[in-house]
Design a protein around this ligand. Structure first.
Ligand SMILES: [Cu+2]
Length: 166
């Protein structure tokens, strides 16, 4: 019984510590809009950043840059020298895809990526999607995140591609 109480106390403590490490959306927003370089991640958070495998890369299998398409668009994500794992699954040299759509400014790459209409998480480990886009020019880019949605120490991201939607 005493052991059980100790375990419960430890779990509660771990939860509090975890909670305090979570960035608030306000902090993320102010860091992202700041002109100054992002401060170094705290030691606690930096230990949550995963290293990337040598030669790791992500890329678009489809569409090709410069493509002229009609919506909805099939987008297929490629990955090399790493594996795709669902969010929450801590496997070395893995991550899940994030699709950046018309993003003007990179989010803080030392923090969990925000989720928005411009930063789409594929946390179930999906490797393709159908995308509804307005007519016009669009920029797409892929960015891998680890099991906690944090980009790797050497961020694994594709070149941005430009497509035109008719
Ligand atoms: Cu994610």
């Amino acid at each position: 019984m005493k052991n059980l109480l100790i375990i419960v106390a430890l779990v509660a403590l771990a939860t509090v510590v975890w909670w305090q490490m979570q960035p608030t959306s306000n902090q993320t927003a102010s860091t992202a809009s700041s002109e100054t370089p992002a401060p170094e991640a705290s030691p606690a958070l930096s230990s949550l950043i995963s290293s990337a495998a040598p030669g790791a890369r992500v890329f678009f299998i489809e569409p090709q840059s410069g493509a002229v398409l009609s919506s909805p668009i099939t987008v297929k994500f490629g990955i090399e020298n790493m594996t795709v794992a669902p969010a929450g699954t801590d496997i070395p040299n893995s991550g899940h895809h994030h699709l950046l759509i018309n993003l003007q400014e990179m989010p803080d790459l030392s923090q969990p990526l925000p989720a928005s209409e411009q930063v789409i998480h594929f946390g179930k480990g999906q490797t393709e999607t159908m995308l509804e886009l307005e007519p016009g020019q669009h920029t797409l880019q892929l960015l891998l995140g680890n099991y906690l949605h944090i980009p790797h120490e050497q961020p694994v991201m594709s070149e941005p591609i430009e497509i035109t939607v008719e």
